[in-house]
Design a protein around this ligand. Structure first.
Ligand code: WT7
Length: 662
């Protein structure tokens, strides 16, 4: 059987190298069964957005009060804005929990939590989750948190993270989740920017068998944030923990005394649900603001369609809830649909490279949503790790975070999906709230490496620098010419950034990604074309790493670019010049690496530190990043024109040094 499907798959690959049709069995049972059905839904979403989103909003969510207008926006003016469902009222936590309690979903698993230690498993039914969320909401209220207040959550992948998010949503507080792999300095900056007075953390966490000292990091951050009044600490590991009198409180103690019911706050659709920080081209991360109504509708609807959700699915999104993928497709999307979402604390490679497959087998996972970097890391270890497990429960696969190469795609399709499971490649961003471009499973033919076609309401265009439409297969910049309900509302505490960063040219939202559209209308995203590096699916701003480097005493100047990396996709390549009299040696190199890790977090660990005598600059003093990128990628044959450089010899020295380093 196994062999037959594989043989059929290979036959098809030989027949038509570029396109893979979803299997008729899958399409037959799918929510959208054909390309024709997709085309029709898409056409309606673009031609009649008000009717389309109005109907979807009525059918998808529970509202306390209907809207006065479905869609209002301005992409043209100096003050662009977007707004969906003005005047409507709803509560996100009530939509994720309360409405499922009336029917049989009451006793259905909302979350299945698998800890990193394999014996640690917890199941939260909708009813249990509801009680915990209500208690946590009351805890926050007792700490003085009010509607509109920000609460920073610095937690590992444990159920309390989702509970705290939903508790904030319940009382109208705005959660700001900070990924638990970020450093104390990064946490401090986000707490300060958000103005949060309450922080929720854990005493420790697990990561690849090692213990994270989260409370220590949190203390370091909070000690520099005078506005923080309370720090609530989840006891993840029984181990000595320093608690500051007055400020630090145990989660369990507070929860034990909290009442298990809490009236949800009525939120206007455009009141913020959360702020999530992401890197851009400035040294300071931006707080992306998402609203309540549009965001929840979009997360819920994309969840349902992109993952062809079935009532009985066990659905597993491997992303950390510290990122947007976890917000939309681990918490809000699944719960709004009454689905069962698997939450996993561990990593693919620990204790062995088959951990994912062990988890899939253990829980009978039907849909797996993961990232190309994870796929590549498992591919590297060999197929035998997959073959050792019965993963035949899988029905659908998803990919997100960076372009997936056709090699990784085919491995995912054949070694994991056995040629039976469609792959939904999903292109989107923190700012977009939910999936924007995807190969809708069952309906749309797949092309390995292409994210395929726009989701309902999404209007992508590939444009040239002058704004004109690129020809088929001509690379250009990916822009979006109309809004969609999941669109960010703004940048927190920064009036001008929305316009400056996303609408430098009026009329269209700039994604920052490069792309081309092929003759079939399929979109191929090639990656960032701004100053952002995509490391293992995480955005790292080059300016952030540079600012960390130059904050080191001996560093005079730094320029950071991305370079190809076999597992991470892109690695971090840092050019550094040092101050007079500094001795350059391996010790300095490792101190710099450590310094960046401490400033930002381990995800920003530079892969290469290249000490340079000077950096190539234009006569006006601008660093020539294009050249530095080429040198880092060892593509020095065609450096093009370096005649505008103030000192071309600098480039030859850099090339020599790169050869020596490799
Ligand atoms: C950037 C957004 C929301 C997804 C998680 C990352 C890149 C994301 C794909 C994909 C090609 C992708 C883009 C995008 N990206 N998914 N399927 N194909 N590129 O969210 O941290 O906001 O990063 O990730 O470059 O702009 P994020």
């Amino acid at each position: 059987m196994e062999h037959n499907t594989r043989a059929a798959f290979i036959r098809q690959m030989l027949k038509d190298e570029s396109t893979i049709e979803p299997s008729p069995e899958f399409s037959y049972k799918a929510l959208v069964k054909s390309r024709q059905d997709y085309d029709e839904l898409y056409r309606r979403s673009i031609d009649e957005p008000e009717a389309f989103w109005g109907q979807m909003a009525r059918e998808t969510l529970d509202w306390y009060r209907p809207w006065d207008a479905v869609e209002e926006y301005d992409f043209e003016s100096a003050r662009p804005f977007v707004r969906y469902f003005r005047g409507a009222e709803l509560n996100a936590s009530a939509n994720c929990l309360d409405r499922h309690l009336e029917g049989p979903r009451r006793n259905k698993a909302a979350f299945i939590w698998q800890g990193e230690p394999s014996e640690e498993v917890e199941v939260y039914t909708y009813q249990r989750l509801h009680r915990e969320v209500c208690k946590a909401a009351n805890v926050l209220k007792d700490l003085g948190v009010k509607k509109g207040d920000r609460v920073v959550l610095y937690l590992p992948m444990i159920p309390q993270l989702a509970i705290a998010m939903l508790a904030c949503a319940r009382i109208g507080a705005v959660h700001c989740v900070v990924f638990s792999g970020l450093s104390a300095d990064a946490l401090r900056d986000r707490i300060l920017d958000s103005g949060a007075r309450v922080v929720v953390t854990a005493n420790y966490g697990y990561r690849s068998g090692k213990i994270l000292h989260l409370k220590d990091l949190c203390d370091k951050a909070v000690d520099q944030c005078p506005q923080v009044r309370s720090c609530v600490v989840v006891r993840r590991i029984e181990k000595r923990t320093e608690m500051a009198a007055e400020r630090d409180l145990w989660w369990d103690d507070l929860m034990a005394g909290a009442a298990p019911s809490c009236e949800p706050a009525r939120m206007e659709a455009n009141e913020p649900l959360f702020v999530l920080y992401t890197s851009g081209s400035t040294a300071k991360p931006k707080g992306i603001v998402h609203g309540t109504g549009g965001y929840l509708l979009y997360a819920s609807l994309t969840m349902k369609y992109v993952f062809d959700l079935k009532e009985t699915d066990i659905y597993w999104c491997t992303a950390d809830a510290g990122w947007i993928t976890g917000h939309s497709y681990l918490v809000y999307g699944p719960l709004a649909n009454g689905a069962t979402s698997l939450m996993f604390e561990g990593v693919p490679s620990y204790p062995k490279p088959d951990r994912f497959w062990e988890v899939v087998e253990k829980f009978g996972v039907n849909t797996l949503y993961t990232a190309p970097t994870a796929i590549r890391s498992m591919m590297k270890e060999g197929e035998r790790w997959v073959n050792g497990h019965d993963i035949s429960s899988l029905r659908l696969l998803g990919s997100v975070g960076e372009p997936i190469t056709s090699k990784a795609w085919l491995w995912y399709y054949s070694a994991v999906g056995r040629g039976r499971c469609p792959i939904a490649d999903t292109w989107w961003q923190t700012e977009t709230g939910g999936v924007m471009i995807t190969s809708l499973p069952g309906a749309v033919d797949m092309k390995p490496g292409s994210a395929a076609l726009p989701f309902f309401g999404v209007a992508p265009r590939v444009v040239r620098p002058d704004g004109s439409e690129a020809a088929p297969n001509e690379p250009g910049s990916l822009v979006l010419t109309r809004p969609w309900p999941g669109m960010m509302l703004g940048v927190f505490q920064n009036e001008t950034a929305f316009k400056d960063v996303y609408f430098p040219q009026p009329g269209r939202y700039l994604t920052g990604d490069g792309a081309h559209r092929d003759e079939d209308g399929y979109l191929w995203i090639t990656g960032r074309i701004d100053d952002v590096i995509n490391v293992s699916g995480h955005r790292i701003g080059t300016a952030e790493v540079e600012s960390a480097l130059v904050s080191y005493l001996q560093v005079a100047e730094a320029a950071v670019v991305g370079c190809p990396h076999p597992v991470k996709g892109e690695g971090i390549y840092a050019y550094v010049t040092v101050k007079e009299g500094t001795v350059i040696n391996d010790d300095l190199r490792s101190q710099l690496v450590r310094h960046v890790r401490e400033s930002i977090g381990p995800i920003a660990t530079p892969d290469h530190i290249h000490f340079a005598a000077a950096l190539p600059k234009t006569r006006s003093g601008k660093i020539m990043r294009r050249i530095l990128r080429k040198i880092a990628a060892q593509e020095t044959e065609d450096l093009c024109d370096i005649s505008t450089l103030s000192e071309p010899s600098v480039v030859y020295d850099l090339i020599e040094e790169t050869k020596r380093l490799s």
